[in-house]
Design a protein around this ligand. Structure first.
Ligand SMILES: [Zn+2]
Ligand SMILES: [Zn+2]
Length: 287
């Protein structure tokens, strides 16, 4: 047997075994134990059927491993992945998966959390938000850029929430004030999501939602009433101080443990994929 084939087979088996052992929850996840206290949520997650690598079931499992109580599957311009996820969590229990969509407009991306039908990308930002609300959902401005914020101010359109920027800085308070003054809206909540596509960043920063129960309805209601705080990867909190004081530390993983998991996870995946390519390449050579 070709030596390359044997080495590749070992790499594949090792990568899969090590990756699977890493995927096992290292401690019993506090999922759903005290849903009325606070729900740990990542509200910006991609599955396949869009440009995410994991299936809705894979995301359900990874969310459980990360101690998340809620994720929203927000595929680009389609709600099907989120709906499949919602069914999975209905059958298997927590973590709860809420269907959503990332509405990808030319200048800005808007997360539609808790909707049931796909929203057109031909609408204006203001019309997109109106449609999200008509479907009973919540609108969050994703990874905001200056141009997106200026556009919202020009359109007098205010989202319910806004993600903290992917850079280290934060959308400055004056920009948020200008958006809501222009749109005559109430406070805009701050969200910290992972925009998960692949590897293991899911839940590396997260939101704590103070909902009455762990149901889609209760989560949406809590978001509308701004009963939410966000914590980023540096452990910085955003949101109402009184909620921050109530936020249980058990719902927040230390960012460093997530970072270690990410690099180990990347290595095992790389090992397994190299194994797959090697097995096929050397098999062809043998034939
Ligand atoms: Zn986006
Ligand atoms: Zn995204």
């Amino acid at each position: 047997m070709h030596r390359g084939f044997v080495v590749s087979s070992f790499a594949l088996i090792f990568g899969m075994a090590a990756g699977t052992s890493l995927a096992w929850p290292d401690s019993p996840a506090p999922v759903g134990q005290s849903p009325t206290d606070a729900l740990a949520a990542d509200l910006h997650v991609h599955a396949f059927l869009s440009d995410g690598v994991l299936s809705p079931f894979g995301l359900w499992w990874l969310a459980k491993r990360r101690g998340l109580d809620v994720i929203a599957i927000t595929n680009h311009n389609g709600v099907t992945g989120g709906k499949i996820g919602a069914r999975i969590s209905k059958v298997l229990g927590p973590p709860l998966i809420i269907p959503g969509q990332e509405v990808t407009l030319a200048q800005l991306h808007i997360l539609a959390i808790g909707i049931s039908s796909t929203i057109s990308t031909k609408l204006s930002p203001r019309a997109v938000m109106a449609e999200i609300h008509r479907q009973g959902g919540v609108a969050i401005l994703a990874h905001p850029r200056d141009r997106a914020i200026q556009l919202l101010i020009a359109e007098s359109a205010a989202p319910d929430g806004i993600e903290r920027r992917n850079r280290d800085d934060d959308p400055d308070a004056s920009a948020l004030d200008r958006i809501r003054e222009q749109a005559h809206e109430g406070p805009i909540f701050r969200a910290a999501n992972s925009d998960y596509h692949w590897l293991s960043s899911l839940g590396y920063q997260r939101n704590l939602i103070f909902a009455d129960s762990a149901s889609t309805r209760a989560v949406i209601m809590a978001l509308r009433q701004r009963r939410v705080v966000a914590v980023d990867s540096s452990g910085l909190w955003y949101g109402d101080r009184s909620f921050v004081a109530r936020a249980p530390s058990t719902k927040m993983r230390s960012p460093s443990s997530c970072a270690v998991a990410t690099s180990r996870d990347a290595l095992t995946r790389l090992c397994a994929w190299l194994g797959v390519f090697g097995v096929f390449a050397f098999r062809a050579r043998r034939a």
